[in-house]
Design a protein around this ligand. Structure first.
Ligand code: GLU
Ligand code: MG
Length: 629
């Protein structure tokens, strides 16, 4: 989840004194990169996916599946070939590993980026399988690496971690999870504590409960220990932080301890990166709904299917003033969104872009915007960066305060990497062969490597189609935000509609005269967006198919890629369920389920076992995979 610097992290009271220092040098670092590399051209497509795993550990006797804190310790082993390759160029690195926020998590990427050929696409699933098998080699009896977006019983009474710890940690002060759940690298507990201190309260995550036939109304969670008196913050739940009819969570881990599937592309130049950023941003909520895989939190079925808003609330460091609850007095801005949220402005200025598309107020640091523009950055990009820089740096390492802004991007990355938005626009690192990149961040992780490969490949092919056909996906960005809300709804993929542009091929979109941007889009189902519509809207899969038809693809390759695309077609038209729908159904039909929204230890155990069996090919789930697996 970003930058791992070494050193002594400053506590919030100290760190905040250096916020302006980090920001002002961060801007100098950005300018140095921008002015050196803005004209860099002819980079070619390179891309990679990131998969976030959770390691589970079974207690078969007590029918319990727990998260294993040993995952973090495996990183050293997993990184062996990467480390050796640094000094021995003969070593081929096939898989690359990073720690993640949860100590029970691992993040795996291909050892080297994929290139732009179709053969590269054909190697994606194999590399994902290799990654999982690589982790498996280090598993002890009873452990397994799963790809599930939210672990159903994280933060429940009883044992959900191995080893077990009581929830009394100083960094998070949670009533539900101990600090030991957090990656022990100094950055992560400090990030957690500094978000809490900056906010002047614990984070408060409330997701609506799924009211089943026996769920009390109102639902008041009996597992919240209202009488606990360990930290002053313990009173917060009773003082209104915990909402009735909601699943309440009080720690960053409930969000950042979720897993996702991210794809990063290198563009051929900065303009192409800005273009891809914009058009893919409109696809973000569609893919969130289509990959929905997270219907359970802290042992309860939620009335949402995906993780996004949980993470948004889990890292919401805004003060009451910044959230608009009190008049501005000590804080500088009222800020409408969390640091983890959907993007607030489009970036491209090419001929398809119209100013009306950027229709939500963008809070920016005016001084920073001016400094950027005075130094040659155009307004659109300057406003983007000046928006990211309204935030404070959360983790500052004492040893890294002073840097050479011509060679380091550490201060820039400090702010950049803690703005976790649906898309990320990534400047090249200083003095490196890497070009301008964009990251697609909304998708939820899928249970199997086949599914993750399918979604990754689909997004890559979509970017090729966008560029090759000059597609136009622009809609007002406020509508993209509305789509983000809709994407969370239970079964949104089948039961709700999303705003999408009517005419995505350029020549069509220019045919209407006297029309406003509001005539350019309409509400469509995900099936229509993905598979097309009778009125002529082509659908994203048919567009990708015509892109493939425009290439010289051999039959075998076409068949393999076609299988991934067909699978996505079936998820979109409802022939196959999303993981969220399947998990919800698994729970609601389990013999131990009392129709009261409660997901017991035994249900969790059986669900995690089923997920393991699916991965091992021992369990067929036609509702999820049809004949594809
Ligand atoms: N795990 C986070 C998510 O589910 C993303 C963390 C990262 O940026 O790597 O969105
Ligand atoms: Mg990650």
């Amino acid at each position: 989840m970003g930058l791992l610097s070494l050193g002594t992290p400053l506590e919030w009271e100290e760190a905040k004194k250096y916020a302006d220092h980090v920001r002002s040098h961060g801007i100098k670092q950005f300018l140095s990169i921008y002015n050196k590399l803005k004209d860099r051209k002819k980079d070619h497509l390179l891309w990679g996916d990131e998969i976030e795993y959770m390691v589970v550990d079974y207690d078969h006797e007590n029918k319990n599946a727990r998260l294993s804190l040993r995952a973090f310790d495996l990183i050293n082993e997993l990184q062996k070939s990467e480390i050796e390759a640094a000094t021995n160029p003969d070593i081929v690195v096939e898989t690359s590993w990073r720690p993640e926020y949860g100590r029970y998590m691992l993040e795996g990427t291909p050892g080297a980026p994929y290139g732009g050929t179709l053969d590269d696409l054909l190697s994606v699933e194999a590399n994902m399988i290799l990654r999982r098998n690589t982790v498996m080699q280090y598993m002890k009896e009873g452990e397994f690496p799963i790809t599930i977006t939210s672990f159903p019983r994280l933060g429940c009474p009883g044992e959900f971690l191995t080893p077990h710890y009581e929830p009394t940690g100083l960094a998070t002060r949670s009533m539900f999870v101990p600090d030991e759940v957090i990656n022990p690298h100094a950055r992560f507990p400090t990030l957690t504590a500094n978000i809490r201190k900056r906010r002047q309260a614990k984070v408060a995550i409330n997701m609506p409960i799924f009211h089943d036939t026996n769920t009390p109304k109102p639902f008041i969670d009996p597992t919240i220990p209202h009488d606990r008196d360990v930290f002053p913050e313990d009173k917060e739940a009773g003082e209104g932080a915990a909402l009735p009819d909601h699943i309440y969570m009080d720690s960053m881990c409930f969000g950042m301890g979720c897993s996702c599937l991210q794809i990063t592309f290198q563009a051929c130049n900065i303009d192409e990166a800005r273009k891809l950023y914009d058009h893919l941003a409109t696809v973000g909520p569609i893919m969130l709904a289509l990959t929905a895989a997270a219907p359970v939190y802290r042992g309860y079925l939620a009335d949402v299917d995906c993780r996004w808003n949980v993470i948004a609330q889990s890292v919401d460091d805004r003060t009451r003033e910044e959230r608009g609850l009190e008049p501005l007095n000590n804080s500088k801005f009222v800020i409408p969104k969390s640091r983890y949220d959907s993007i607030d402005s489009y970036l491209s200025t090419d001929k398809l872009y119209k100013p009306e598309y950027n229709d939500i107020p963008l809070v920016i640091d005016e001084d920073i915007c001016k400094e950027l523009m005075d130094n040659g950055v155009d307004e659109q990009l300057a406003r983007h960066v000046a928006h990211l820089f309204i935030r404070d740096p959360l983790v500052i390492f004492e040893e890294l305060l002073e840097q050479d802004d011509e060679v380091s991007s550490d201060h820039f990355e400090n702010l950049q990497s803690t703005n976790w938005q649906t898309m990320r626009f990534k400047p090249p690192p200083p003095n490196s062969p890497i070009g301008w990149r964009v990251e697609f961040r909304s998708m939820e992780i899928q249970i199997t490597d086949f599914e993750n490969a399918a979604f990754a490949i689909f997004i890559v092919l979509l970017t090729r189609a966008i560029l090759s056909f000059g597609l136009n996906f622009y809609i007002p960005i406020s509508k993209v935000d509305e789509n983000m809300k809709t994407a969370h709804k239970r079964a949104a993929v089948l039961e709700h509609k999303f705003y999408f542009r009517k005419h995505v091929f350029q020549d069509e979109s220019h045919s209407e005269t006297n029309s406003t941007v509001d005539d350019e889009y309409e509400l469509m189902t995900i099936n229509e967006i993905i598979n097309g519509k009778d009125d002529g809207f082509p659908g994203l899969i048919p567009i990708v198919n015509s892109y493939l038809n425009s290439l010289n693809v051999d039959i075998e390759t076409r068949r393999t890629l076609g299988r991934y695309l067909d699978f996505i077609k079936c998820r979109a038209d409802g022939t196959l369920m999303t993981a969220a729908t399947w998990i919800r159904q698994f729970i609601r039909t389990h013999p131990d389920y009392k129709h009261d929204s409660h997901v017991s230890q035994e249900i969790n155990y059986d669900l995690i076992r089923a997920i393991e069996k699916i991965n091992k090919g021992e369990l067929k789930v036609p509702e999820l995979f049809g004949d594809f697996l």
